[in-house]
Design a protein around this ligand. Structure first.
Ligand code: AMP
Length: 282
């Protein structure tokens, strides 16, 4: 694996790959890599010839500057981990290289309601920043396939919409959620949980799972209330949202008949840390 931080070096690498007709798979990340990220790299290696993983803590997607400051940065360890995986390039551009004209979002993305619901409710501007950075990275890397995690289900939908609108010739592949042994979805933020918080943090997954088991046997409104009450009973947890949504639009549904495909999404606060998870119901 090679480590590239300069854009001109990446450009030469990409030109060579294209000349050799190689299929490029791309995994964009914020770093602090864990098994969830690695699963994307492994999936990419099955589907593409050359795998590029970017590590870039993108300032424009952090609505909360404290969160940006506290975001774990473990670049040396990350590179070591990537060397043990079927990854060909670790690309770590600087803020100046990604945003040569400053970080202001000049052209906004028409994402409709999708950017204002669920994650967008508590994180205004977040998805504009995500689209901005991914569009720039896609222009740099020019991949054939973009690998994204189901962990950020709404993000996959948002980026697919941006890619379609901007007519970027890349295929999107959504990869399953990788979990800890107790069910907690792997996340770079998990390292910030205290021991006590870590112990209760899998409650979100357990609750979503119970809802999935009872789906179509119990009404959505009852399941949702049960989930919220059950989670809030744990003193360290505050529910942000639990929603059954149409998997095509992410609009909330109140009856299983209202959508062909249903996804159950949840977000909780444990202390200062916000955790998200989701399960595809049908
Ligand atoms: P991040 O570094 O958090 O921006 O994540 C980079 C990519 O890894 C995104 O596409 C995430 O959805 C994906 N990802 C993060 N955590 C997981 C996980 N536990 N399982 C699968 N994919 C994940």
């Amino acid at each position: 694996m090679i480590h590239i931080s300069q854009l001109n070096e990446l450009n030469s690498f990409i030109i060579n790959c294209k000349a050799e007709g190689k299929k490029i798979g791309f995994v964009p990340t914020l770093g602090a890599l864990h098994d969830g990220h690695m699963s994307l790299i492994r999936k990419a290696s099955e589907k593409a010839d050359v795998i590029i993983c970017s590590i870039f803590v993108n300032p424009t997607q952090f609505d909360d500057k404290e969160d940006l400051k506290k975001y774990p940065r473990t670049i040396t360890k990350d590179i070591e981990k990537l060397r043990a995986e079927p990854c060909d390039v670790c690309f770590t551009p600087s803020v100046e290289e990604v945003y040569p004209n400053g970080m202001k979002i000049t052209k906004s993305y028409q994402l409709g309601r999708l950017e204002h619901i669920l994650e967008g409710e508590t994180r205004p501007g977040h998805y504009q920043g995500v689209c901005q950075v991914v569009e720039r990275l896609l222009k740099m890397v020019q991949p054939d396939v973009l690998f994204l995690g189901q962990k950020d289900f709404q993000q996959v939908m948002i980026l697919s919409k941006m890619i379609e609108q901007r007519e970027i010739p890349v295929q999107v592949e959504m990869c399953p959620i990788i979990r800890e042994h107790d069910g907690l979805a792997r996340s770079s933020r998990n390292v910030r949980l205290t021991d006590d918080e870590r112990l209760v943090s899998n409650q979100l997954y357990k609750t979503l799972l119970k809802c999935k088991e009872s789906a179509k046997k119990i009404e959505i409104t009852k399941l949702k209330t049960w989930a919220e009450v059950n989670l809030n009973l744990e003193p360290l947890i505050t529910v942000d949202y639990i929603r059954f949504c149409d998997a095509k639009t992410l609009e909330e549904i109140y009856d299983f008949e209202d959508a062909e495909h249903v996804v159950l999404l949840g977000a909780i606060f444990i202390g200062q840390i916000r955790l998200i998870d989701n399960l595809i119901i049908c």
